[in-house]
Design a protein around this ligand. Structure first.
Ligand code: KG4
Ligand code: ZN
Length: 339
């Protein structure tokens, strides 16, 4: 069995994992920095990089120990190349390059956003039958839909022209003073509210327009908040959260359906990223698609290194010329390349 060590430091989680054959998780260690960043209401890039530096060695050693493997038994190392807060992915990359050089192991650079999709495949018995598939990554930084002919083919069909979906949850939560990250709190309060109480604007309504937009919905919430009498009644907050959440998730369902119309050969839908943890979203997805839908286990929705190892495995396994993984000259990137 091919064993890949995955390393992830692109945002505020220092993570390492050992994964067999792209799906069997031998270990997955995630050290979250949320408590450090909470007081600032969001991730502070400089602090994130310093925290990664302090934790990376401990986390990698713990991942190997829990998997019961030594570095000698690892076939290759996969590391998140970006996008990220530049100083943050650099820590993981420099560490992984040093490790690969010292041990003469192949090093596989992996796109963090694309790797999220593999979170939905971790632990499944087989995934070959799921392709070609439609895949949605819905996180704090990205809202991307891909048509995937294979585990390593990512044809980008739709992305957000402004805010990401998770980002809008975070901003609305901040408006109500609910803390960071906002998604889980909005979900909790939304469960107590009426989903149709406040009519919401429908963004990107044209069915064939394969783009997302969340900043209009967020601005609508800001204006609505200004107009309502303070302090807000708790029931009103529940209804606001429920109405906002329904519209935010509804846009994801509509655009996934529009993409499926364009690619009827898709055999399944994979949904990953932080917002994929939302239980209301899981219900809506099961109700709205005619083909099977797969979500990650909750621990693989948010950032982790098992998904990095998983995509790393498929890239390595399918490469004709494996010598390209001997290169140490590539660098981190901060932004997703929408070419
Ligand atoms: O994938 P992730 O952990 O990090 C990024 O790569 O961005 O996603 C974090 C995002 C945050 O915006 C957070 O508010 C959102 O996912 N999120 C949720 C839920 N849990 C996390 N959004 C809605 N409902 C949730 N239960
Ligand atoms: Zn992520």
């Amino acid at each position: 069995m091919t064993l890949i060590l995955g390393i992830e430091t692109s945002c505020d989680e220092t993570a390492a994992a050992v994964v067999g054959h792209g799906q069997q998780v031998k270990s997955s260690i995630v050290k979250s920095q949320i408590d450090v960043h909470k007081v600032f209401g969001g991730v502070v890039p400089e602090i994130a990089a310093r925290e990664h530096l302090a934790m990376i060695d401990v986390v990698v050693k713990e991942a190997c120990q829990e998997a019961g493997v030594s570095l000698a038994q690892i076939d290759a190392i996969a590391v998140s190349q970006g996008p990220g807060l530049i100083g943050a992915p650099l820590v993981g990359i420099v560490y992984a390059k040093g490790m690969a050089y010292a041990s003469s192991k192949p090093l596989i650079p992996v796109n963090h956003v694309e790797a999220h999709i593999h979170g939905a495949l971790l632990g499944l018995d087989k995934s070959a039958d799921l392709f070609p598939c439609m895949a949605l990554v819905v996180s704090g930084g990205h809202t991307n839909i891909y048509f995937m002919a294979s585990p390593i083919d990512f044809e980008l069909l739709a992305y957000s022209i402004d805010d990401a979906c998770g980002e809008s949850f975070d901003k609305v939560a901040k408006l109500f003073g609910l803390g960071y990250p906002g998604g889980p709190m909005i979900e909790k309060l939304a469960a107590l509210g009426k989903r149709d109480h406040f009519p919401m604007p429908r963004m990107m309504e044209q069915k064939n327009k394969l783009q997302f937009s969340y900043s209009g919905l967020k601005t609508y919430m800001v204006n609505l908040h200004h107009k309502l009498a303070k302090p807000l009644d708790q029931n009103i907050v529940h209804d606001l959260c429920a109405s906002f959440q329904e519209e935010a998730l509804g846009q994801l369902i509509r655009k996934l359906n529009a993409c499926l119309d364009q690619r009827p050969q898709a055999k399944s839908v994979l949904i990953a990223g932080g917002v994929a943890a939302n239980q209301r979203f899981r219900i809506l997805a099961q109700e709205n698609f005619k083909i099977p839908v797969y979500f990650p286990q909750l621990r693989f929705c948010s950032d982790n290194a098992a998904m990095i190892a998983a995509l790393g495995f498929h890239k390595y396994d399918r490469a004709q010329d494996k010598s390209r993984f001997n290169s140490l000259t590539w660098d981190a990137f901060s932004r997703y390349q929408f070419n």
